[in-house]
Write a protein that binds this ligand. Structure first.
Ligand SMILES: Cc1cc2nc3c(=O)[nH]c(=O)nc-3n(C[C@H](O)[C@H](O)[C@H](O)COP(=O)(O)OP(=O)(O)OC[C@H]3O[C@@H](n4cnc5c(N)ncnc54)[C@H](O)[C@@H]3O)c2cc1C
Length: 310
């Protein structure tokens, strides 16, 4: 759509047709409707949620269509029970692994200097090479990597702090209703003379030259798969806060906090902030299979989903 947005600026040179195999524009960036009476919100973005402030072009595109972004301070939740930790305030888990946390900072420097050597070494082997505890690998490194790899725009904004795994809550923005945005944008494009064919998959590009691109498209899917919504296959099993409390430490837990008397570090400001703990990302390994993990993202405009329950 971004290409299609710019090419009609030169109508003498380009004749643009968008072919989209699904029934709406936006691809993975789409929203689903919610029952507002249950959830306190009438929609949520499924999949794509937001990004850092460097996404300026994306924001200006939103604004040009009458939509805006919503700034948030990112709070991330990791682990569960005695393995619980967060980027917001220090927990007992930080205290137990303080040696490994400090050592990890030094190891990162070694890796930086000798990156050509370390690039081929699997992370689990690397952790063994430096004698890290297995629990530290499962509950800290693997979970952090999931955040970096699964949401790099989020993970790389977390800054490490001496003796703490992360000492900041990165500033992020949440996107508006992506379905509405793409609808508005698509209509605007058609108003500029562009043709849009939904439910039309490209099967083959059989000519690409100075005169343009010729493709073979099929409408067959429309007849065979027309009633199936592939990207909207959400199964709702629970929407109550009891469920979240059972599987996550979904609130500030005084008993899990570690203090200066134990760490020698004044984290009082972070602990005070922790009283309003309101995570947006939840990542935890499965107890039985710690090398597998579960990752959830809850955009703040829809926090009512878990705050109020039903
Ligand atoms: C779960 C999840 C969470 C994410 N969260 C974020 C996030 O928070 N922030 C962020 O910045 N990014 C996020 N991303 C990444 C982001 O979704 C993608 O980078 C972005 O949407 C890619 O856009 P695209 O237009 O290149 O491709 P897509 O969104 O994949 O769009 C491709 C389009 O092409 C259509 N198509 C495919 N084949 C054909 C064909 N043969 N003929 C016609 N049409 C075809 C598809 O139907 C689709 O509409 C997330 C991705 C996932 C999966």
């Amino acid at each position: 759509m971004s290409c299609a947005h710019h090419l009609p600026n030169h109508p003498d040179r380009f004749e643009v047709t968008i072919l989209e195999s699904s029934s709406s524009c936006g691809g993975q960036a789409f929203s689903i409707p919610l029952d507002e009476t249950h959830h306190g919100a009438s929609w949520l973005n499924q999949g794509v949620q937001g990004g850092p402030h460097i996404f300026r072009h994306t924001f200006s595109m939103f604004r040009s269509q009458g939509y805006d972004v919503h700034p948030v301070s990112l709070e991330i939740y990791f682990g569960k029970g005695s393995h619980f930790w967060t980027n917001v305030f220090p927990t007992m888990f930080h205290e137990q692994h303080e040696k490994d946390i400090k050592k990890f900072g030094k190891v990162l420097n070694i890796i930086k200097w000798f990156s050509a050597l370390f690039v081929f070494i699997p992370i689990r082997v690397l952790l063994k090479m430096f004698w890290f505890l297995e629990e530290f690998g499962d509950c800290v490194i693997v979970l952090s990597l999931a955040l970096f790899l699964g949401a790099p725009e989020t993970g790389d904004k977390c800054k490490k702090k001496e003796g703490a795994l992360s000492g900041n809550n990165p500033e992020m923005v949440m996107f508006p209703n992506l379905f509405d945005f793409h609808e508005t944008w698509g209509k605007g494009l058609m108003g500029r003379g562009l043709e849009m064919r939904l439910n039309t998959g490209v099967v083959e590009v059989f000519e690409r030259g100075k005169k343009g691109v010729k493709v073979r498209a099929t409408w067959m899917e429309r007849f065979i798969l027309g009633s199936t919504k592939w990207s909207d296959d959400v199964t709702v099993t629970h929407w109550d806060s009891n469920y979240m409390e059972k599987h996550y430490t979904n609130h500030f837990d005084e008993e899990q906090v570690t203090r200066a008397i134990k760490t020698g570090r004044d984290d009082s400001a972070r602990i005070a902030q922790g009283k309003e703990f309101s995570p947006m990302y939840y990542i935890k390994p499965y107890d039985q299979e710690p090398d597998k993990l579960e990752m959830i993202s809850i955009p703040h405009p829809h926090r009512s989903l878990i705050d109020e329950g039903s």
